[in-house]
Design a protein around this ligand. Structure first.
Ligand code: SF4
Length: 353
């Protein structure tokens, strides 16, 4: 097996693919009215996140911020609150920065040129190509994980599709398959095929519109593609969460020490080895704090980190958080509705109820 010298023609791929897409595409909220801002928000939310998870977030976000101008006026806290639980919070911040740039430099309308799109914060080559093709019909091929999988299987490509030179070649081949006047449907059809039929494990080749042109299906070995380097090793992280209650409210802390949760409100956390959460909080709050009951541990994954979190109920002497802006009291119902929090914080709150 080696690098293919020729690839299927536009006719082999685009005709059956587009017909299949018309008949089988899912109705998704951003598809019903694919204007650039909606496509932009959906593409950012869909990074590393499943479609079913994104839909309610997308609808709430668009209700609250229906245009780039509305988003540009929001505070970071408002945006992070709507993003609470969706993860990868940097995406929310760069979307906000992006909206400000679109309002400032492009009169509130996402630009149509590729170069200008790349200038928008948070918009890289993939997102630019997706927005310009889906919303404006510009013939930019997109290459996300789904398309990568479909293409490496059709071509039975032995190379790593994430290598710059291979990526460039795949884009050229996809551009050759794409009918110039059907860029929007073609890109969405390739992504949809990867999502619905050409799955990572057990692709449904008999139901696939391009099986006749697919080299891996012909050889019966699609699961051998794509050839990706081994995934980054996961690391185990053990944390303690300190639960301090006053009346109906709980003490929260704005995270600064955990880069992956920066800026979000959390039950105070501590890495074992820091001396424990009771000692750390005792020092930060200038209070006597003792460890009480330990609740059942919570497992949670953030990118390559596998967290095991031990929630500890803490008993405290009197203290005040006046003059300590990284602390605040909050009702459980405020988490994710008024305050930006991560899904880890919501899991701890669930355990408490
Ligand atoms: S024939 Fe099978 S392996 Fe080839 S693109 Fe279709 S689903 Fe994927």
């Amino acid at each position: 097996m080696g690098t293919p010298t020729s690839s299927p023609s536009r006719m082999d791929i685009s005709q059956p693919l587009l017909a299949w897409y018309e008949a089988n595409r899912r109705e998704l909220p951003w598809r019903s009215n694919p204007e650039p801002y909606r496509v932009w928000v959906s593409e950012i939310m869909l990074q590393q996140t499943r479609v079913e998870t994104v839909i309610p977030y997308f609808e709430r976000f668009l209700n609250r911020f229906p245009t780039p101008a509305a988003l540009a006026e929001a505070s970071e806290d408002e945006v992070l609150t709507l993003w609470s639980g969706l993860g990868y919070y940097r995406r929310a911040r760069s979307l906000l920065e992006g909206a400000k740039a679109v309002v400032r430099d492009h009169e509130g309308v996402f630009p149509r040129s590729y170069e200008a799109a790349l200038e928008i914060p948070g918009v890289g080559p993939y997102t630019a190509a997706a927005i310009l093709s889906i919303a404006y019909g510009e013939p930019w091929p997109v290459l996300d994980g789904n398309v990568e999988r479909v293409m490496t299987r059709i071509l039975r490509l032995a190379e790593n599709p994430r290598q710059v030179s291979t990526k460039k070649r795949l884009r050229e081949i996809a551009g050759g398959w794409m009918p110039a006047d059907k860029a929007s449907s073609f890109n969405q059809a390739m992504m949809e095929l990867g999502a619905l039929i050409c799955s990572p494990v057990s692709p449904d080749c008999p139901a696939c519109p391009v099986r006749e042109a697919c080299a891996a299906a012909g050889q019966g070995d699609p699961e051998n593609f794509p050839r990706l380097p081994p995934k980054r090793k996961t690391i185990a992280v053990e944390l303690e969460a300190g639960i301090i209650r006053r009346g109906k409210r709980y003490l929260l802390e704005r995270s600064e020490s955990f880069d992956f949760l920066e800026g979000l409100w959390l039950f105070p956390l501590s890495l074992p080895g820091d001396g424990g959460i009771a000692a750390r909080l005792g020092q930060a709050l200038e209070a006597d704090i003792e460890t009480g009951e330990e609740l059942k541990a919570i497992k949670h994954s953030i990118t390559f980190r596998r967290l095991t979190l031990r929630p500890l109920l803490l008993e405290t002497g009197s203290f005040t958080i006046r003059g300590k802006p990284s602390f605040r009291w909050a009702l459980p119902e405020e988490l994710g509705s008024v305050l930006p929090v991560s899904s880890l914080c919501l899991k701890i709150a669930d355990r408490l109820s």
